[in-house]
Design a protein around this ligand. Structure first.
Ligand code: AMP
Length: 401
């Protein structure tokens, strides 16, 4: 799927329309206040575009996992002042997302104003993708805009069923995700490299298999690399190993060979006797890890090799740290990858970070997400996109449904 496949909000006549917008305001709260407003400010472009068009905007979101019940700590009410600050207009709050009170608050709001509905997940019908519930949400507007990328892998009433009742289009956040993730997978500037790290092969089998059909270079690091190395006959000491996935690792390596994809594994390792900070470490000479030691990061030769290979590429996708970056002693490899990406972005390379723990690496390395071409905001959603799975919330926005 790429940007041309979906209906964009700019494709619709939105002048003075009543618009329902699905946002991802699943923000952290502390002492009844928004602790980090990033998810709110991230929607500024979409919301302000609609405000300029004189739209009456009804924002809807989930927060936490209230599991279909009203749970006060997951109320969206504390977000009102933050939204007003970000968007510069009055925000009315409806203490339920459907029903007479919601209808009343929505009806009282004028063009150029915003209504925030209470947590969608206070109703079990939201996650059940219930049509009647979706119809009630749809009643709040004439057009539906989807801008919550983090939820598009779920078929919920506010991501899927609602699109049966309203003309629907993608907001700017969704568009950016589809432009970069879809663009990389369908029409990448080549050579195209993917760096896949993280703890387990089992979590990444689908990603690896799908990427092998797309990339020229596949870099495998992190805990999962040891299963590949063991499958090749190297010793891995006490490193993370999934013996039952060694066959799968062999298949992936064979597939890479058959497709002419260059698959790179670590050529040296930073190891310790225990999974801990402040313990003596060694750097191996080669790919073998001595008995009793566990690999916790890639070594300096690997850092150099990965950097040199990535520097030959025009598009790079990264998902998963190449070491136990949570501990300062083992973050050098992941930081090096992050810095390589920042440098190459400046040189015009398209660099995409696929959510989750790689974003935490950036944060720890004090690198802003604006220093790479695109840092995906949807952990699960971006993984499923790269796995090649159908995302119901995006399918619902296709031009030809
Ligand atoms: P994932 O969520 O699959 O991307 O995995 C991220 C986790 O992989 C992080 O918590 C890292 O600490 C872990 N990880 C990366 N490299 C290693 C390694 N060499 N040994 C154990 N865990 C690792």
């Amino acid at each position: 799927m790429n940007l041309n496949d979906i209906v964009k909000m700019q494709d619709l006549d939105l002048n003075n329309k009543k618009v329902v917008v699905r946002v991802d305001y699943n923000v952290p709260l502390k002492d009844g206040k928004v602790d980090n407003p990033k998810r709110i400010t991230a929607t500024e472009k979409t919301v302000k575009y609609l405000l300029e068009k004189g739209c009456r905007i009804v924002l809807m979101s989930h927060l936490g996992r209230p599991k279909g019940k009203v749970v006060e700590e997951y109320s969206l009410a504390p977000l009102v002042p933050e939204i007003e600050k970000a968007m510069g207009v009055k925000v009315h709050f409806a203490s339920d997302c459907i029903g007479p009170e919601a209808d009343e608050v929505v009806a009282a709001a004028k063009g150029g104003e915003i209504v925030l509905l209470e947590n969608l997940r206070f109703h079990p019908e939201e996650e059940a993708n219930d049509k009647e519930f979706a119809k009630k949400l749809a009643k709040h507007g004439e057009v539906f805009i989807q801008d919550a990328f983090g939820t598009v892998h779920r078929a919920h009433a506010s991501t899927s069923a609602i699109t049966e009742f309203l003309p629907s289009a993608a907001g700017f956040l969704i568009q950016k995700e589809v432009e970069f993730l879809g663009g990389a997978l369908e029409t990448p500037k080549r050579p195209f490299a993917a760096i896949i790290g993280g703890a387990k092969v089992s979590d990444k089998i689908m990603v690896l298999n799908n990427l092998l059909d797309k990339v020229n270079v596949l870099v495998v690091g992190g805990g999962m690399a040891y299963t590949f190395l063991k499958a090749l006959g190297y010793t891995v000491g006490t490193s993370l190993l999934e013996e039952d996935k060694m066959e799968e690792a062999k298949n992936i390596m064979q597939k890479a060979k058959d497709k002419g994809v260059k698959l790179l594994l670590p050529i040296d390792h930073l190891c310790a006797l225990e999974f801990a900070e402040c313990v003596p470490t060694i750097i191996t000479d080669g790919q073998d890890i001595p008995a009793g030691y566990m690999g916790l990061d890639i070594g300096p030769k690997t850092i150099k090799l990965f950097d040199e290979e990535l520097a030959k590429c025009k598009t790079i996708f990264w998902n998963g740290p190449v070491g136990v970056f949570e501990m300062p002693s083992y973050q050098k490899g992941s930081f090096a990858i992050a810095n390589t990406l920042v440098r190459l972005t400046k040189e015009g390379v398209i660099t995409i970070i696929g959510g989750g723990d790689s974003l935490n690496v950036l944060k720890k390395a004090k690198i802003s997400t604006s220093e790479v071409s695109h840092a995906s905001t949807g952990g699960g959603a971006s993984m499923e996109f790269v796995e090649g799975k159908e995302l119901p919330g995006l399918t619902a926005l296709l031009k030809k449904k």
